[in-house]
Design a protein around this ligand. Structure first.
Ligand SMILES: Nc1ncnc2c1ncn2[C@@H]1O[C@H](COP(=O)(O)OP(=O)(O)OP(=O)(O)O)[C@@H](O)[C@H]1O
Ligand SMILES: [Mg+2]
Length: 294
């Protein structure tokens, strides 16, 4: 019998760290934007944080309000719209909606399938931190899992910007992730945070496949840098080999700016090339680790 050439499913990267403010959203937006363009990949971003910072980073508020009116957000992935209450879960859930109904096209390469798409975030996700009943949430998780499984067949990469807690949403993301991209700041608490995350992932009884961990150092100063924490991390018996060789440097272009909505590398400022070059090197390394770069 001749083996059929079945296309590989897209990798699913959960950008995750229970620690807040380490750069999950900055990496989901700005590094993935460069990865999509450099590697020409059909890339899906999922804003999986009730604070929806990823969406606010790249989508203007007026546009977001329209998307919300159309129920084009992550909440419609979890449960059908309209959502009536923050405290009840829909029963007898139907299969998830098609990707086109709940996502928005952000970027597209002419005459090429490559595109960057976003499932916008929604504050309504907060209900899954308020309701603490694993049984009633199980169908919601299954709907999310099916949605991501469907997306893997039509996209080249799925990237989930997670919220900074060990919540139901984290469990959903872990269930679908093939890889964890874990940003860490070079501070003395980061190694402990990695130990805790590693223990959490290893001990999860529901996890069929353990996602591969990729650690990325973020916010490294270009000058006056004390590499003590980085040295500990790179020589760590478990985390050393999981740490990407390219760090993401601190840059004012990557810092959230209330007067600019969009991707950092699209902003025309004099020092853009230095930042873009750093992000490109990181994006290429990530692409290689994910097995999607040629
Ligand atoms: N390399 C960097 N250079 C400069 N600023 C950065 C960099 N990375 C992140 N930031 C800024 O640090 C802040 C926190 O980053 P970000 O929102 O990406 O973290 P997060 O892990 O997603 O946070 P949360 O846990 O709240 O979701 C933001 O203002 C962001 O713009
Ligand atoms: Mg965030």
């Amino acid at each position: 019998m001749v083996a059929k050439n079945i296309p590989a499913l897209a990798p699913v990267v959960a950008v995750l760290n229970m620690k807040g403010g380490v750069g999950k959203t900055a990496i989901s937006a700005h590094v993935m934007r460069v990865l999509y363009l450099k590697l020409l990949k059909r890339t899906l971003l999922i804003d999986f944080d009730p604070q929806f910072n990823l969406t606010q980073t790249v989508v203007h508020q007026a546009t977001y309000e329209n998307l919300k009116k159309e129920n084009r957000t992550i909440l419609s992935v979890m449960e059908p719209a309209p959502q009536t209450s923050l405290f009840t879960i829909t029963t007898n859930l139907a299969p998830p909606p098609p990707l086109a109904d709940v996502s928005v096209l952000l970027k597209k390469v002419k005459n090429n399938p490559a595109e960057l798409r976003l499932v916008p975030g929604d504050f309504g996700l907060v209900k899954y931190s308020l309701i603490d009943d694993a049984n009633s949430l199980k169908p919601v998780k299954n709907r999310f899992v099916t949605f991501v499984a469907n997306a893997r067949a039509t996209m080249d990469l799925v990237c989930i910007d997670c919220n900074p807690s060990s919540s139901f949403m984290t469990l959903c993301a872990l269930e679908v992730a093939t890889h964890l991209l874990i940003p860490v700041r070079p501070d003395r608490f980061s190694i402990l945070g990695l130990e805790l995350l590693d223990a959490f992932v290893s001990d999860l009884p529901t996890l069929k496949q353990k996602p591969k961990q990729l650690i990325v150092l973020n916010g490294i100063p270009r000058s006056n840098y004390n590499p003590a924490v980085e040295n500990i991390l790179r020589s760590h018996p478990k985390f050393g080999t999981r740490t990407l060789s390219t760090p993401l440097y601190h840059s004012s272009l990557l810092a959230a700016n209330p007067s600019y909505t969009g991707f950092a590398t699209d902003k025309l400022v004099p020092h853009r090339l230095r930042v873009t070059s750093n992000i490109e090197t990181l994006a290429m390394e990530i692409g290689k680790e994910l097995g999607i770069s040629s």
